[in-house]
Ligand binder design. Structure first.
Ligand code: GDP
Length: 322
């Protein structure tokens, strides 16, 4: 039986990946913050159906010694490093903490694998924020990085770190450069979830207005379960390489809003207010990924943007009734 460690197991991707690996017969270990065990019904809610099938290890991802000990004890075949401080801000606040969580953790894990279990394969969750302000669109694997947030800088730094372990120490460390990916387990601060949960509350008469930033912002939105499938596929290849994980299709926030309100039989123009406080620095060239390389190893996405949004709305309504 193969053993896998997932850092960030309680998040959207970690929970879907756990389900996928369990279905493939893996022994699944998850690193979680100690605090997750307090108020666990909220913090571990994505894992509620599989809690008895996985092993959770309370650990701080910034504690090199604990990481070393835990990996040495488990001796995994594969490690998926998904843990990150994942909300992107562009104002250079909290930079030490973000680099510590998002970069040092990668260094500690990579170093332990090299020293203790060099045959272990690692997937690292990179991000379209590595391209930041891109010069071309769509971006493929060779496009120039131009991060504009500490989050993006930490991801680019981790990417280069792992690439060097790969070429200099022959490690199987691969980065997936992941564009936005959504599901009903998406955090409330992300725009898809924010629009859907607020619109459902408006429909139920609990709220009147939805305040948003730039409606003309474009994103390449995919389906989270498809993206964790890509992570697994990337680690099953003969050669360790990096891949863009994206759909290559762009949609605007306005389109998202229109689909959600139409589905709930409301007119978005009666409820949506634009507030400059939600605006981000403008993007001249949009972040859209070229996923041809990933397709060449057999990956396909299973749902269209419309289908993802509809599933999220149906789940939101179901969870409200539950
Ligand atoms: P990320 O910024 O790509 O990590 O993902 P988000 O889901 O937070 O944002 C996606 C896009 O929606 C960005 O281009 C935002 O500028 C845009 N957006 C517009 N209004 C809002 C809003 O009220 N909240 C958020 N989070 N994003 C918004």
């Amino acid at each position: 039986m193969k053993k896998a460690i997932i850092t960030g197991i309680s998040g959207q991707d970690g929970s879907y990946l756990s389900e996928l690996l369990l279905s493939k017969g893996y022994d699944v270990y998850g690193f979680v913050r100690r605090e997750s065990f307090e108020n666990s019904s909220e913090r571990l809610k994505n894992l509620k159906n599989i809690l008895s099938e996985i092993k959770l290890v309370p650990i701080s991802i910034t504690d090199s010694l604990s990481i070393h000990k835990a990996i040495s004890k488990i001796m995994p075949d594969e490690l998926y490093h998904l843990a990150a401080q994942s909300f992107v801000s562009y104002d250079m606040t909290d930079e030490i903490n973000i680099m510590n969580i998002n970069f040092n953790s990668t260094l500690y894990i990579a170093n332990t694998i090299k020293e203790v279990i060099p045959g272990c394969r690692m997937f690292f969750a990179g991000s379209s924020e590595m391209f930041g302000n891109p010069e071309i669109s769509p971006q493929a694997e060779g496009a120039k990085f131009n991060p504009k947030s500490i989050y993006g800088i930490a991801k680019v730094s981790s990417y280069y770190l792992l690439k060097n372990y790969r070429s200099n120490c022959n490690m199987f460390f691969s980065t997936g450069i992941m564009y936005n990916h959504e599901s009903s387990r998406r955090g409330n601060q992300f725009v898809t979830k924010k629009v859907i949960s607020t619109a459902v509350k408006i429909k139920l008469g609990e709220l009147k207005k939805l305040e948003l930033g730039n409606l003309e912002a474009y994103r390449d939105w995919g389906y989270a379960p498809d993206y964790v499938n890509a992570m697994w596929m990337i680690l099953q290849q003969d050669i360790s390489e990096d891949y863009v994980i994206a759909t290559g299709k762009l949609h605007s926030v306005r389109e998202l809003v229109r689909i959600v309100f139409n589905y709930l039989r409301m007119d978005y123009k009666e409820h949506v207010l634009v507030d400059k406080k939600f605006y981000r620095p403008s993007e001249k060239i949009p972040l859209s990924g070229n996923c041809e390389k990933l397709k060449s190893i057999g990956w396909r996405h299973s749902k269209t943007f419309h289908e993802i949004i509809k599933e999220m709305i149906d789940e939101e309504i179901k969870n409200m009734k539950a």
